[in-house]
Design a protein around this ligand. Structure first.
Ligand SMILES: [Zn+2]
Length: 173
C-alpha cells in the first residue's frame, strides 16, 4: 500500500482487506487447499462475488455471517432490541438478494454452497469441512456422470454420427 494514502483512505483500505480475508473464510480456504482443491477467491465477474470459486466443480462457496445474511433458527441471528423493524427489513433484503444471486448462478450452471459462520465455530468446524469435501466430491461425480451419460443415452435414436455401438460398448470419437 503506497504511503501517499490519507489516514482515512488507509483505514478504509485496511478495513476492506479485513473483510475480504475474514477468519472463517481463510479457514475454509486453507482446508480446501490442504485437501488438494484449487480455487479462485472473490470472483467479481460472477453474481454475488463468490468468496471461493471451484471451476472444476462448477461450484461457488459463500461464507455467510449469520446475522447479516439472516441464518434461520440460528442462535447467532438475533435482531437488535432497538430499531428492530429497520434491522428486520435490512436482513430481509440481504436474504432476498442472496436468493437472487443463487438463482442467477444456477442459470449460469453453477452450484452454490453456503457455509454459515456458526458452522465454522471450533466445535462444528471439522464436521462442516469434512461435509464440504464430501459434497464437492458428490457434485464432481454428478457433473461427471451427466457428461458421461449423455453419449450413452440417445444411442437408440441416434446411431448415426459420432456414436458407434458395438456389442453394447459405445465409443465416441
Ligand atoms: Zn448460524
Amino acid at each position: 500500500m503506497p504511503d501517499r494514502l490519507t489516514p482515512e483512505q488507509r483505514r478504509r483500505c485496511m478495513k476492506s482487506i479485513r473483510s475480504r480475508n475474514t477468519k472463517p473464510e481463510m479457514m475454509v480456504r486453507r482446508y480446501l487447499f490442504s485437501r488438494g482443491f484449487r480455487y479462485r477467491v472473490n470472483v467479481k465477474r460472477l453474481p454475488g462475488t463468490p468468496d471461493i470459486v471451484l471451476r472444476k466443480y462448477r461450484t461457488v462457496i459463500f461464507i455467510n455471517g449469520c446475522f447479516w445474511h439472516g441464518h434461520e433458527d440460528c442462535p447467532y441471528f438475533v435482531l437488535p432490541k432497538t430499531n428492530t423493524p429497520f434491522w428486520k427489513a435490512k436482513i430481509e433484503r440481504n436474504r432476498e438478494r442472496d436468493m437472487q444471486k443463487r438463482i442467477q448462478l444456477r442459470l449460469l450452471g453453477w452450484h452454490t454452497i453456503i457455509l454459515w459462520e456458526c458452522q465454522l465455530k471450533p466445535t462444528r468446524r471439522d464436521l462442516t469441512l469434512k461435509g464440504l469435501e464430501r459434497t464437492l466430491n458428490q457434485i464432481y461425480l454428478e457433473n461427471y456422470a451427466l457428461h458421461k451419460v449423455r453419449p450413452y443415452a440417445p444411442v437408440e435414436e441416434e446411431t448415426n454420427g459420432m456414436l458407434v455401438a458395438d456389442g453394447g460398448e459405445v465409443t465416441t470419437t
